[in-house]
Design a protein around this ligand. Structure first.
Ligand code: NAD
Length: 360
């Protein structure tokens, strides 16, 4: 008997979004039944799909359903179909809106190198095999949200684009705590990345991280400027355990870390609120260049389901089972195009999803 019903809202999104979500839902349905999790699914629109359906990228109905759920599973949003819509209606705006309305301030992005894929990385296998980094990115503050912002006309008639980079102490504290807590259950090493030699907002960031460290004496805290962090990530990536950083630096560094692992198609992410609820999605975008071809890698989304089970649905056993099943299908030599190397078996999106279900 399922102990308690848990609601998951599924937001397929745009382009490859619905394709990869279909496979992730298959996997979720399988563990739901196997582990008697009592999960019920609901669906809503976000991004371009929402814009086409109801004229806005983050409809109120989607927000209401999201608030009534225990967790949200998202595909990806955006694409050239909506390049010419007004800025406030762009699909990506829908994503920023749902993240900020639900206060999903903590973005956890693991970059794990599966030994089976060590040769898919652009770095030599010895630099990346065994890599296991967790990037904790602040997601609802910093320069992506700071006001004032815009494009204005200066007195001399030329245009000027401007944004505001700011972080309040409480914003830094809550993401800092999430990162220290994450470090506590991993290698107990936390590297805070900033640009405190230039930006006052990140001088405060560094100060607050140092103050927080007193509450976590077991965690070894270090600091790194973002330019050096970018260099170190590709030079000696295995030195890192957990990295905590602001929204913009985290955006860039987590994509770099993603590529170390060979494919962005393998990487899940979680965006959490302070109660442990959250939205789970692959790190990649909606890949319009391969949409509709049935070749997208669904594993990042399937691994996002595992993160969702672990962090928001109290089902660590089911999460472990999914992660093991993914590793098993890699052992079987199955590869989508993005992770394909000679001698492996090339499969499409649906076949990869079916293989994970079979491995479960
Ligand atoms: P992208 O991540 O969609 O694609 C980058 C490259 O990676 C492409 O060549 C793509 O084919 C490939 N790729 C991505 N996911 C893949 C997968 N699962 N399997 C195989 N290959 C995969 O980034 P982009 O091209 O910069 O952006 C495309 C659209 O996605 C844009 O509209 C962008 O704004 C949006 N986007 C959305 C999100 C999100 O929804 N969270 C994140 C990033 C970008």
């Amino acid at each position: 008997m399922a102990s308690k019903m848990k609601k998951v809202l599924v937001l397929p999104g745009d382009n490859i979004g619905p394709e990869i979500i279909a496979e992730a839902v298959k996997v979720l349905n399988k563990v739901n039944q196997q582990f008697d999790l009592g999960i019920v699914l609901d669906y809503a629109h976000l991004g371009g799909a929402a814009l086409d359906a109801v004229g806005e990228p983050c409809p109120q109905e989607t927000l209401d359903k999201a608030r009534a759920s225990d967790a949200i599973l998202l595909g990806a949003v955006g694409g050239p179909q909506w390049d010419n819509v007004e800025r406030h209606l762009r699909p990506e705006k829908g994503l920023l809106t749902i993240r900020s309305k639900l206060e999903l301030f903590g973005n956890l992005r693991p970059a794990i190198m599966y030994p089976q894929l060590a040769h898919a990385s652009s770095l030599k296998p010895e630099f990346v095999s065994g890599l296991d980094i967790l990037i904790v990115r602040e997601l609802v503050g910093g320069i992506y949200f700071g006001e004032p912002r815009g494009i204005r006309i200066l007195e001399n008639g030329e245009r000027e684009g401007y944004n505001t980079y700011k972080y309040s102490e409480s914003e830094i504290l809550r993401i800092g705590r999430m990162a220290f807590e994450a470090a506590m259950v991993r290698g107990k090493r936390l590297c805070s990345v900033d640009k405190s030699n230039v930006l006052e907002a990140t001088m405060l960031w560094r100060e607050v991280m140092n103050e927080l460290a007193a509450d976590y004496p077991e965690v070894e805290l270090s600091h790194m400027y973002v330019d050096n962090a970018a260099m170190q990530l590709v030079m000696r990536p295995k030195q890192f355990d957990v990295i905590v950083t602001g929204n913009m630096f985290g955006d860039i560094l987590s994509d770099t870390a993603a590529m170390l692992t060979g494919s962005i198609g393998m990487l899940p992410s979680a965006s959490l609120d302070k109660k442990g609820g959250g939205m789970y999605e692959p790190c990649h975008g909606s890949a319009p260049d391969i949409a509709g071809q049935g070749v997208a890698n669904p594993l990042a989304t399937i691994l996002s389901v595992a993160m969702m089970l672990r962090y928001s649905l109290d089902a660590a056993d089911a999460a472990d089972a999914i992660e093991k099943a993914v590793s098993d299908v890699l052992d079987q030599g199955l590869r989508t195009g993005d992770i394909y190397t000679d001698g492996m078996t090339r499969v499409g999106t649906v076949a990869m999803g079916d293989a994970v279900v079979a491995a479960l």
